[in-house]
Design a binder for this molecule. Structure first.
Ligand code: SAH
Ligand code: SF4
Length: 346
């Protein structure tokens, strides 16, 4: 999939007039054409040449799992026969401040993940490869086609660590936010990271006002290191240093994602430390009771313990949401469905 600049260069190579770029972008992103053959206002030789190099549909839909609350999870196959997942959530979490008639799509950025967080299905099989920008953008186009719904919010919270795929992520963001592309407002896009400090600082300098979510899951080094190996590379203080750089460049509040795991990170002391951390960067907190992953030992605390944890934050004047569970019954935690497919369980 092409950006406007790439297309302009390509057309120059083919000695084509510049207005062809507008025609082609319109076919790809507005008319959502499935093949170059359909681009009837282009010379056939050009269509053929570009079709060889730039397949318009790199993803094949393999299966959809729908849950009782109509969250739908799409399993998609890549040209090299790997699988990725995309999840469409009808009512966006209150956290993102949107009305409930909105549709949020949760996209993947890599096949697998190299960061190996101890609670996460995506990291279980290690890292395979980065997704290309076209494979990221196609998840949105395909989800809209399969569901008949318009995607209004986008979260990079599927499989993979988006900031470890920085070049393709920023190219995809350009296509997604541009008026010649998918034209989704940057404020409706959230990139989630496990805390890659140099890339957070780089991303802060992008012109688009995208939102940032941090998978924190532990408010101090001792707790975080137990479940997130990335903390050995970038500790909590360094991470918060990068978040202050983010705040200096962006207007929207940062979201701290915090999975509640019984006996690990869910005590009152953890809540108090988290509250201080959140206050220090004026962040809001999204609490997620742990979603069971087959083969992993972790469990979520009781509902009462989860509510108590939230109350500690609220009393400290930190805005905190306790996520109303969606998609629990369709293996919605990242990487779970793809793992089953690769183990031939579905
Ligand atoms: N790698 C990035 C983007 C993936 S986001 C990141 O970690 O931020 C995926 C989100 O789902 C992260 O916040 C992750 O911590 C969370 N997650 C992973 N496994 C989960 C589980 N079993 N239950 C609930 N949330 C989980
Ligand atoms: Fe990778 Fe994010 Fe899962 Fe950690 S939580 S293993 S960084 S996808």
């Amino acid at each position: 999939m092409l950006t406007k600049t790439e297309l302009a260069e390509l057309l120059e190579d083919h000695q084509q007039p510049a207005y062809r770029a507008t025609q082609i972008l319109d076919w790809i992103y507005q008319k959502r054409t499935r093949s170059w053959d359909e681009m009837s206002n282009l010379p056939p030789a050009l269509r053929e040449a570009l079709a060889q190099q730039y397949p318009l549909r790199p993803l094949t839909h393999t299966l959809t799992k729908g849950s009782a609350d109509t969250t739908r999870k799409f399993l998609l196959q890549l040209p090299d026969e790997r699988y990725i997942e995309t999840v469409l959530i009808p009512a966006s979490p209150a956290l993102y401040g949107e009305k409930s008639d909105r549709h949020t799509l949760c996209v993947s950025s890599q096949v697998g993940c190299a960061y190996g967080c101890k609670f996460c299905a995506s990291g279980l099989d290690g890292f395979t490869r980065n997704l290309k920008a076209s494979e990221i953008v196609s998840q949105i186009i395909l989800a809209e086609e399969l569901s008949g719904e318009k995607v209004n919010n986008l979260v990079f919270m599927g499989m993979g660590e988006p900031l470890a795929n920085f070049t393709n992520l920023t190219k995809a963001l350009e296509i997604i936010t541009s008026d010649w592309g998918l034209n989704i407002g940057a404020r409706r896009i959230t990139v989630s990271t496990s805390g890659l400090v140099p890339q957070i600082k780089k991303l802060a300098l992008l012109p688009q006002q995208i939102r940032l979510a941090i998978s924190l899951h532990g408010p101090d080094d001792q707790t975080r290191e137990k479940i997130m190996p990335v903390n050995k590379k970038y500790d909590v203080d360094e991470l918060f240093g990068a978040l202050r750089v983010w705040n200096a460049n962006k207007k929207q509040k940062i979201t701290l994602e915090y999975i509640l795991i019984d006996g690990i990170n869910a005590s009152t002391t953890h809540a108090q430390t988290l509250a201080r951390r959140a206050q220090s960067i004026n962040a809001k907190v999204n609490l997620i009771p742990y979603n069971t992953v087959e083969g992993l030992p972790w469990v979520r605390p009781s509902d009462d313990d989860c509510r108590h944890f939230r109350n500690v934050l609220t009393k400290a004047n930190v805005s905190a949401t306790l996520r109303l569970e969606k998609g629990h019954d369709i293996d919605a935690a990242c990487g779970q469905l793809r793992l089953k497919k690769e183990k031939n369980e579905i």
